[in-house]
Design a binder for this molecule. Structure first.
Ligand code: PMP
Length: 429
């Protein structure tokens, strides 16, 4: 039988660099042929060969209510009949902004954009415009999209390809980005003591999901909040991945900390291109057309995309929604841990809401260095063992996993069963 994934990949490679529109999709670090997805429903995806997969990527986070949820699809269809976009304000954008500002206490005002990259890039420009300072602090292994300032020691696809900084970023730009180790309070204090009055912003993933899954410690988050306040530095909490994925209050709610600016994406678009940045009213007042910081977008607040996002945001407010996600995630991780240990494979796991991490290490990593010290060499064989049995994991050891409300107990049990065989395959490596 012709492998239609391979045939499409061959064709795609002629007209697209690497055959894909986003690097990690190319399976470079795990090898093999990317699956070309024909359709998805609930917890499942089907590729061009009509093979079904239980999906733990969820479109890299957005599919929290499951793929193609009927209410989301019908909201999109309804919006589309009214026109695909106007480049003028709409009622739906007002309702979406009101919803976001109500749900996130640190967000007095918000601007909608179309990708997480746009959200973080704009948040940094705003922080620089607001403070009149240039320096930006980020943390090793955190990924915040692909704008120039942020492609320094970053995670996600850059780690997967083994090159955490990108070519093509001018030295003049990267010089203004200072990189510190994640969860390192003394390093943070030293840098603030030296350069506190030159720093415009600190940006971080509160639970880093682009070097697998590494939580910020409470101590680290508190120190960060205090130092930023003390030195007039804008604290940007990048919740593109964690926002409404780890819980209704987002990660900052779990830490009891308020960002000055929060960036959102993924879940708030429900699978369509919606992202956002927003925060303190005095900071947001610097945005054009009110203030001097420019930012704009032809497709920003697109009505069809907002319909998907808004409906998803309503569905996640159902009572018990996150408890259910958490219970399924915990059952999955418990089962995987038992299966790995029974096979003699080292495994530790992390879970928050519907976001999880699986590490080939005895202990959960606390930093980028810890992640790199785990047995990432075991991942490709594990990944393919699972894929061969119909379980779709992110094709990289450096990405978090996602579970949705559509995953059933049976899906979880099947996944664990597949993992038993996959662990047996790698046990002696
Ligand atoms: N910030 C974080 C924390 C992310 O996880 C991502 C994407 N994985 C981005 C920003 C960039 O978002 P996008 O891919 O939509 O540009």
């Amino acid at each position: 039988m012709t492998n239609l994934n391979q045939a499409l990949f061959d064709r795609a490679s002629l007209t697209s660099p690497g055959g894909v529109n986003s690097p990690v999709r190319a399976f470079r670090s795990v090898g093999g042929t990317p699956r070309f997805i024909k359709r998805a429903q609930g917890a499942y995806m089907w590729d061009e060969n009509d093979t079904r997969y239980i999906d733990y990527v969820g479109s890299w986070g957005p599919a929290i209510v499951g793929h193609a949820h009927p209410e989301v699809v019908s909201a999109v269809q309804e919006a589309a009949t009214q026109g695909l976009g106007f480049g003028a304000p709409t009622r739906a954008e007002v309702e979406m902004a009101e919803l976001l500002c109500t749900m996130l206490p640190s967000m007095a005002q918000v601007r909608l954009v179309s990708s997480g990259t746009e959200a973080t890039m704009s948040a940094i420009r705003l922080a620089r415009g607001f403070t009149g300072r240039d320096l930006l602090i980020k943390f090793e292994g955190c990924y915040h999209g692909h704008s120039d300032s942020l492609l320094v020691k970053a995670g996600s696809g850059l780690l997967t390809l083994g090159n955490p900084s990108s070519k093509g970023v001018p030295v003049g730009v990267s010089n203004n980005t200072l990189v510190l180790p994640y969860n390192d309070v003394p390093a943070l204090k030293t840098l603030f003591a030296e350069k506190g009055d030159q720093i415009a912003a600190v940006i971080l993933e509160p639970i880093a999901g682009n070097m697998n899954f590494v939580r910020a410690s409470f101590e680290f988050m508190n120190a960060l909040r205090d130092l930023c306040t003390e030195h007039g530095v804008v604290l940007i909490i990048d919740e593109v991945m964690t926002g409404f994925r780890v819980g209704l209050q987002c990660a900052q709610g779990l830490y009891g900390i308020q960002a000055d600016i929060t960036t959102l994406g993924k879940v708030i678009g429900g699978g369509m291109p919606v992202a956002a940045f927003g925060g303190r009213a005095d900071i947001m007042a610097h945005m054009a057309p009110l203030g001097g910081v420019y930012q704009a977008g032809t497709l920003s607040g697109n009505p069809v995309a907002v319909a998907a996002g808004y409906t998803t945001m309503k569905l996640i407010q159902a009572p018990g929604f996150y408890e259910n996600l958490r219970a399924k995630g915990a059952a999955l991780l418990d089962g995987l841990t038992h299966a790995a240990h029974a096979a003699g494979v080292p495994l530790s796991t992390e879970l928050e809401g519907g976001m999880f991490g699986i590490f080939f290490s005895e202990q959960v990593p606390k930093s980028f260095a810890d992640v790199m010290a785990s047995r990432v060499d075991l991942f490709p064989a594990f990944f393919h063992g699972m894929l061969d049995e119909g379980v779709y994991l992110a094709p990289s050891a450096f990405e978090a996993g996602f579970i949705s409300a559509a995953h059933t107990d049976d899906d979880v049990a099947q996944t664990i069963d597949c993992a038993k065989r996959a662990f047996a395959r790698i046990a002696n490596q």
